[in-house]
Design a protein. Structure first.
Length: 661
């Protein structure tokens, strides 16, 4: 919702500097700093008239007297009357008091200068807002050529802008000989480069940064808020894991980028910090300015066994028809029995009541702002429409899940009814990728090189933010045993046990949805136990666990704070630089999604653009405030936004009333 914050006066026209007109009943010639011309005894005196006529009220013969020389500039300057006349002229030339307004309400306005931004962005349709992130992964890119041949000498200068941006839910990559990384468009199995970029959270102090790569790799890092990266480690295949010291001056998100160049055979790269793999929750990738949704593919129809991920910014986001095939570049191994999940946020510009239509072959689920509004996750085609959903202006969570059984496959999402976006596919520019707050997932696969014997266990360790609670569990496995009816299974976590299947006949691949764990904390070890009542031997070949959870711990996609420091503005620009600023009167703000005191403004003024940076900030000010700043020609403002990381405060409009003379 777009909201004028308290103290709003009249809304003014167009952006930029706006003269709001003189006071009612006054004209340029009738107001002179509050002194009426007729009362000065020099009625009508002005620069233009002063050279052409004698002073008003002078004797008619004045023109023939020495005083007539008052109108001659050289003589006038030498007389006492000249001094009086010059003073009177200065008062008149100061001009009337004019009320004006500085208005910033567009992308060009907020971006003028340009401004200095800290964790903030200027976005369509003309707002200042905090940055948005995919929390739980790094952005990736790729090239169908080997871009460097020695990790110890290579730098990021060798890496071009990604043609297709992918997503890595882990900080490592392992590709078998002849295999390909997924999600970034690589098609040449023998010669390619793959890279990661984003941020990693580090606590203050010294850290050991480790990297291994086959064939060549390197890593660069930057302090929080900095774009200056330093190479930390470079390696080649023969080097194994190499570590270097890195000092984090403060707690915070540090820039990170690293790459692997493939020459032949298998390929891999692995990042370690302090001799451990980096948890997903400590990685993020900036996604504002990247249109589309996160797209994740699973090699099982029940959202088990993640095959690959990407950032889907095509014109066909959730508007796909694969016919009897499958999504490409996502690592899927078959044209049937897979699942696809899109997640991110949809920007609504016109608030109102909406309905959504989802057409899938086969199953489907749809979440809007964490509420499951469609649920038919089975093996049959569906065309379903939601009930009415009221959406405010701003960004809203969207998750679409599609399962494919056999035959054709397609998934199409539409706005069925509403004040905007109805009928056609949702434009990618209205979408941005992110993790859903109320239905996130962590998926783990166990495919041991030596299969686990029946009467054994498979352990999955799930690392998620503290406080995350279970909303669903999917379990699957493949086993080899001559007497399947004699095998039983159980899932154990945090003291809770759910018997998935007792004695009975079932296929070698089965899936379960135990509800016993709903509401439990996710973190920790999950143990899948197998036991057999038959003396015959068997093996567990592969097992999968996907835990869905609600994350309410403040790790949403929105930066918790954001700051914009505007460029220095000339308040006399509408006058051509003439006159003076005599007062700065009132500040007004219009913002979206305001939850509490989330928007504050600071001001400073100066007499020359180059000295504003040395002036102290005054504030903070809220909407409606009368700023206590000295009226001077130049002004600069700073906007601070704070967020719970779930809601996004966005400033639509800033107005600053002032007067010139």
């Amino acid at each position: 919702m777009r909201t004028w914050l308290p103290g709003l006066a009249l809304t003014l026209a167009a952006c930029g500097f706006h003269p709001s007109g003189e006071r009612p009943g006054d004209g340029d010639a009738s107001v002179d700093g509050g002194i009426d011309d007729a009362a000065e005894g020099d009625a009508g005196d002005s620069d233009a008239g002063d050279a052409a006529m004698p002073d008003a009220g002078a004797d008619a013969g004045d023109a023939a007297t020495p005083d007539a020389a008052t109108d001659d500039a050289a003589t006038d300057a030498a007389t006492a009357d000249a001094a009086t006349d010059a003073a009177t002229d200065a008062e008149v030339d100061a001009g009337p008091i004019v009320m004006r307004t500085l208005v910033d309400d567009s992308t060009a306005d907020f971006g003028a200068g340009p401004p200095a931004l800290v964790d903030g962005r200027i976005d369509a349709p003309g707002v200042f807002a905090p940055r948005a992130y995919y929390v739980g992964g790094l952005c990736t890119g790729g090239s169908n050529s080997r871009l460097f041949d020695d990790g110890t000498t290579a730098t990021w200068a060798a890496i071009p802008a990604a043609i297709k941006v992918g997503l890595a839910r882990a900080t490592q990559l392992a590709v078998a000989s002849g295999g390909l990384p997924t999600g970034v468009g690589i098609t040449d199995a023998a010669d390619w480069t793959y890279w990661f970029e984003g941020e990693v959270y580090l606590t203050a102090g010294g850290h050991a940064i480790g990297l291994s790569a086959d064939d060549h790799g390197f890593i660069e890092m930057a302090p929080p808020g900095s774009t200056v990266f330093t190479k930390v480690v470079g390696v080649n295949a023969a080097d194994g894991l190499q570590s270097a010291a890195y000092n984090a001056v403060n707690n915070g998100w540090h820039g990170i980028r690293y790459a692997v160049a493939q020459r032949t055979g298998a390929a891999s790269i692995a990042l370690e910090i302090d001799a451990a793999r980096v948890p997903r929750r400590l990685t993020r990738c900036r996604v504002d300015g990247r249109p589309g949704l996160t797209m994740i593919a699973f090699d099982e129809a029940e959202l088990l066994d993640v095959a690959g991920a990407t950032l889907d910014g095509t014109t066909q986001v959730v508007n796909m028809d694969w016919a009897s095939n499958r999504p490409t570049d996502l690592g899927l191994t078959g044209n049937d029995t897979y699942a696809v999940r899109w997640s991110g946020q949809l920007r609504i510009d016109v608030a109102g009541a909406f309905t959504f239509r989802l057409d899938t072959d086969d199953g489907q689920r749809l979440w809007i702002d964490g509420v499951k509004v469609l649920d038919a996750f089975d093996d049959s085609p569906h065309v379903l429409t939601t009930g009415s959903i009221t959406l405010t202006a701003g960004w809203h969570d969207v998750v679409v899940e599609h399962s494919e059984n056999i035959g054709d496959a397609h998934a199409t999402l539409r706005v069925q009814s509403g004040p905007e976006l109805t009928g056609a596919a949702i434009p990618p520019a209205r979408l941005r990728p992110s993790e859903a707050r109320r239905d996130r997932f962590e998926s783990s696969t166990s495919a041991p090189s030596s299969p686990t014997p029946i009467d054994g266990s498979v352990v999955f360790n799930v690392n998620v933010p503290a406080g995350a609670t279970v909303t669903g569990v999917d379990v699957g496995y493949r086993i080899s045993h001559p007497s399947l009816a004699s095998v039983s299974t159980s899932l154990v976590h945090a003291g809770i046990t759910s018997n998935l299947r007792g004695a009975g006949s079932f296929s070698t691949l089965d899936r379960f949805h135990p509800a016993a764990f709903d509401g439990a904390l996710v973190s920790g070890a999950w143990t899948l136990n197998f036991s057999s009542f038959s003396p015959q031997a068997g093996q567990v070949l592969e097992a999968w666990l996907t835990v869905h959870y609600a994350d309410l711990t403040g790790s949403g996609p929105i930066a918790p704070t954001a700051r914009l420091e505007s460029s220095v503005r000339d308040l006399l620009a509408p006058t051509g630089g003439n006159g003076a600023v005599v007062s700065i009167d009132q500040l007004r703000l219009a913002a979206r999604d305001v939850t509490g005191d989330v928007v504050s403004v600071w001001l400073r003024t100066c007499d020359a653009p180059g000295v504003c940076a040395g002036e102290p900030w005054a504030g903070p000010y809220a909407s409606g405030a009368s700023p206590g700043v000295v009226p001077r020609r130049y002004v600069q403002y700073a906007i601070d936004l704070s967020s719970d990381t779930d809601h996004e405060p966005a400033l639509d409009r800033l107005e600053l009333d002032y007067q010139t003379q």
